[in-house]
Design a protein around this ligand. Structure first.
Ligand SMILES: [Zn+2]
Length: 145
């Protein structure tokens, strides 16, 4: 079975637009701008990766705009210095939550069919990036804020 990732991407774009968000392709890294309600996806990536990234960014949007009982309210990560273990752990946790929430929305709400293993590979690749950033911290102890 060949999967049309451009078509799947468009389904996610529609889901974003229903929430009042726009999606653009650009040369920068993928991100969600809450001020402009705009998701940017890196256009240099393969269609499958663009789809995975949009699913992740949609996860961030859904957690903010349509929080559920499982979206834990945590202290604002801005309270902590960006180099502390507390801050970095909050970021890692939020990133994992966005991957999970986006995946849930794509599979259970939109019922999109795609290669789950390929998705898990993307998820693992990006989570490893956050995890290695977390482990690079100079302070190994929690700050006493
Ligand atoms: Zn993210």
């Amino acid at each position: 079975m060949s999967i049309n990732y451009d078509r799947l991407f468009k389904r996610l774009v529609n889901a974003c637009e229903r929430l009042g968000w726009s999606v653009v392709l650009d040369d920068i890294d993928s991100e969600a701008c809450f001020l402009e309600k705009k998701i940017t996806i890196s256009k240099s990536k393969a269609p499958s990766i663009r789809f995975h990234m949009l699913m992740h960014e949609l996860g961030h949007v859904l957690i903010e705009e349509l929080p559920t009982s499982i979206d834990v309210k945590r202290p604002n990560s801005g309270m902590h210095k960006t180099t502390t273990s507390i801050h970095k752990t909050l970021v890692l946790s939020d990133e994992c939550a966005a991957w999970d929430r986006g995946y849930y929305h794509a599979t259970s709400v939109l019922r999109l069919k795609f290669d789950k293993r390929l998705f898990e590979m993307s998820r693992a690749k990006y989570i490893k990036t956050y995890a290695s950033w977390l482990l690079r911290t100079k302070k190994q102890i929690l700050d006493n804020a």
